[in-house]
Write a protein that binds this ligand. Structure first.
Ligand code: DX5
Ligand code: ZN
Length: 218
């Protein structure tokens, strides 16, 4: 199985982003966390900085919007070299319209669910999305502990996708490390985000290699 590894630059050095991007080029995607201090209690970067990251990144970007008004701002991130735009289902006013607007730009639309948000509101509109991101921590910060309670949600979603013959990918984000990546991949994750488990190591390429090996064995 082909698992994609997406290092989250939330744990990178924001004063040395270009070299920290180069350091993880053996991964598959760069995960960029946009936070607005409303949807989550933290503030990161906005469209002008993401635009520049997209220009210099050796890998395509996976832009994760943790913001209150994705309907208003999501398309601001539709840059070249952005592979997917992820927005949270709960704050979206018109998720179907928003997903279609993202796809019209040739960018994958991804729907994110917080740990306390169930699959109910998503299953009826699953076809609108290229992927679903399951949050395995409460969003806002890197370095938190993996919530194993999300594994059954992941497995249920995987079964639904299979039963309906869809090609929707499942992404997992939060608390992924050498201990938890196997659990997530066994439950059906296709894309795995890891921030502190990669940028917290001196040798980022080695950290990616080890995570990939465990994921592929799972
Ligand atoms: C958290 C972010 C994550 C974060 C993951 O709200 O969405 O992408 O960077 O960090 P780790 O892998 O350290 O849990
Ligand atoms: Zn994220």
């Amino acid at each position: 199985m082909d698992i994609k590894i997406a290092p989250s630059i939330l744990s990178a050095d924001f004063c040395n982003l270009q070299s920290d991007l180069e350091a993880v080029k053996s991964a598959d995607l760069i995960h960029v966390d946009v936070m607005d201090a409303h949807f989550v209690p933290n503030l990161t970067i906005g469209a002008p900085v993401v635009k520049r990251i997209a220009q210099v990144s050796p890998l395509p970007l996976d832009v994760h919007l943790m913001i209150d008004s994705p309907d208003v701002f999501a398309l601001d991130y539709a840059f070249e070299n952005v592979e997917s735009i992820t927005f949270h289902l709960k704050p979206a006013q018109a998720p179907i319209r928003l997903a279609r607007r993202i796809r019209e730009k040739g960018i994958k639309a991804c729907c994110a669910l917080n740990p306390a948000v169930g699959l109910e509101g998503l299953l009826g509109i699953l076809e609108e999305f290229d992927s679903v991101l399951i949050m395995s921590v409460e969003p806002g910060f890197g370095g938190q502990k993996f919530l194993a309670s999300q594994l059954s949600k992941l497995a249920r979603l995987k079964k639904e996708i299979k039963d309906r013959g869809l090609n929707t990918k499942i992404e997992i984000d939060g608390g992924i490390n050498k201990e938890t990546i196997g659990l997530a991949c066994r439950a059906g994750a296709d894309i795995v985000v890891a921030g502190s488990a990669i940028y917290g190591e001196r040798d980022r390429a080695q950290a990616i290699k080890e995570l990939r090996e465990i994921a592929e064995r799972a």
